[in-house]
Design a protein around this ligand. Structure first.
Ligand code: G16
Length: 542
């Protein structure tokens, strides 16, 4: 029986950079998840008989919301829901499933790199038929709907067995439980030269992949250990846990420090990588070297033609605005366009659909291509492995050769987390007010050439997105960007992105903090960071 349950709106259901992310305790309020899911279905319009993909990163509360979403999908008229076994689908695997099964869209339950558990974070996001995150016009409409919603539809039914693959009926709808790994692993095998990578590994090449007790464990074990022959134990922390073992599944120097220790320690493996809660992020390390995500995008773009899936070359490259300009130099050398978009993978979707770009990347540990419409952690690992197999050189040598050809963009991001929201808003507002007066100002050795608040005009659908980050550009090409994160769940996170360029004939071997020291000082002078946040240091440097 379908029940129509009266409800009242919640005022805090505005999706952020990537869907609605809140504390589990917020999601556990009666009707909270239901309201958001119904608002999403209402915005989609006629879904009668359509297929929906459903899965999540396995964090605490995943199974409960999967059952609710299934009953609501049945009550709203979907014909079929394809759900990952155990309620599991990595974000890139969900994106692939939407495309492969020609679904109307998908619901992904994840708060990505944020911690999990009863007192931690949960999230819901909707992806459209191209497999990518819903664009702003849809997320804005969902938000508007959450503010007026007065009822939701749900089927009265027992829980579905999520652990048994196969088809079950739920009211008039079919629930199809699929292996979450197989389709995705096959897609990877179609893009990369698994034979060459197998040969590399068989020749003694050692790798270490940290799945951080998050969703990529089963994917990495299947692909890296079973299909490519990496030694058992090459995948560490490979069992997904509802609380990620009490850690942040965020692949960076702070939260993946074990991996960094291993890669910078004695007898380090040849290659190290980690992914995040839902499997869309990646970090790449070689023996004794960390490749920044911005550099990784540039190096992958310069070498992608070595993998069979990209042998035809790249149509173009896109990067988010705060990502370093390293990829711009590769695009220039390849004679292909470079697009600069706001932060958020959703902004790449139109460019990928239109065939304007092949590779995309973000400083926030995200890289991907037109094979799906999400960033894809294991994909980046496999493209690196394919390149290493063909070039037969260590990661550090590839990096040094890249800088020697294109120059080096020294880069870091400083995060100030859990800052008082009013103080963070005040900082950004004050900065915006100052923008018109900044050009020409000297700060230490630096002279400000220009300053603005980044706005993006989507060349495909004509939409405009404003206030996407304050940019301060210096003579000589150095840059500071400041913006507030759209993915946090408590207080505000101030992100300060710092970048300076060293030409190919300059000093390419500096320590990043030294190269950026003047910019770090200038950021504080311009934005009054210490004073306004009350913090002497960033919480995380990536
Ligand atoms: C999400 C988005 C990314 C974005 C990142 C950081 O990643 O998909 O496009 O770069 O958040 O966003 P912010 O700086 O607003 O916190 P994920 O991996 O969290 O889904």
């Amino acid at each position: 029986m379908i029940r129509i349950v009266p409800t009242t709106p919640f005022s805090d259901q505005k999706p952020g950079t990537s869907g609605l992310r809140k504390k589990v305790v917020v999601f556990r309020q009666p009707h909270y998840a239901e309201n958001f899911i119904q608002a999403t279905f209402d915005v989609l319009g006629d879904v009668a008989g359509q297929t929906l993909v459903l899965g999540g990163d396995g964090r605490f509360w995943n199974r409960e919301v999967i059952q609710v979403a299934l009953r609501m999908a049945a009550a709203n008229g979907f014909g079929r829901v394809i759900v990952g076994q155990g309620g599991i689908l990595s974000t890139p695997a969900a994106s692939h499933a939407i495309r492969l099964y020609r679904a109307f869209g998908g619901i992904i339950l994840s708060a990505s790199h944020n911690p999990g558990g009863p007192n931690e974070d949960f999230g819901i996001k909707y992806n459209i038929a191209n497999g990518g995150p819903a664009p702003e016009k849809i997320t804005d409409a969902i938000h508007a709907r959450t503010l007026v919603i007065d009822s939701y539809r749900i089927l009265d039914a027992a829980d579905i067995d999520l652990d048994a693959p196969g088809e079950t009926r739920l009211g008039d709808m079919i629930v199809q439980v699929i292996d979450p790994v197989a389709d995705y692993a096959d897609l990877m095998e179609s893009l990369f030269d698994f034979g060459a990578i197998r040969t590399l590994i068989a020749g003694g090449f050692r790798l270490s992949f940290d799945a951080m007790h998050a969703v990529t464990g089963p994917y990495a074990v299947e692909i890296l250990e079973r299909r490519l022959g990496a030694a058992a134990g090459s995948v560490v922390n490979g069992t997904p846990l509802a609380d990620f073992g009490g850690h942040h599944p965020d692949p960076n120097m702070v939260h993946a420090h074990d991996l960094f220790d291993r890669m910078f320690g004695p007898d380090a493996p040849d290659f190290g990588a980690a992914s995040d809660g839902d499997g869309d992020r990646n970090i790449i390390l070689g023996r004794g070297i960390f490749i920044t995500p911005s550099d990784s995008l540039a190096m992958l773009a310069a070498n992608a033609h070595l993998a069979p899936g990209y042998a035809r070359g790249l149509a173009g490259i896109a990067r988010s605005m705060p990502t370093s300009a390293a990829a711009d130099r590769v695009a220039e050398a390849l004679g292909i366009p470079l697009h600069e978009t706001p932060t958020g993978w959703k902004f790449f979707g139109n460019l990928l659909d239109a065939g304007h770009v092949t590779l995309c990347g973000e400083e926030s540990a995200g890289t991907g291509s037109d094979h799906v419409r999400e960033k894809d952690g294991l994909w980046a690992v496999l493209l690196w492995l394919n390149i290493l197999a063909v070039r037969g050189e260590p990661v550090a040598q590839i990096a040094r050769a890249h800088w020697a050809r294109f120059g080096r963009n020294y880069y870091a991001r400083h995060d100030y987390e859990g800052v008082d929201s009013a103080a963070a808003d005040g900082l950004i507002t004050a900065l915006r007010d100052k923008l018109p007066t900044l050009a020409g100002t000297r700060i230490g050795n630096l002279i400000i050439a220009a300053a603005d608040d980044f706005a993006y005009h989507d060349p495909i659908d004509g939409s405009d997105s404003r206030h996407q980050g304050v940019r301060i550009l210096f003579d000589g090409g150095s840059r500071i960007v400041l913006r507030l994160s759209g993915t946090g769940t408590s207080g505000a996170t101030l992100r300060v992105y710092l970048e300076c360029y060293e030409p190919a004939d300059g000093d390419l071997g500096r320590a990043t903090p030294d190269a950026l020291a003047d910019l770090i000082a200038a950021a504080d002078t311009i934005a009054d960071i210490r004073q306004r946040t009350g913090r002497a240091q960033p919480d995380v440097v990536t």
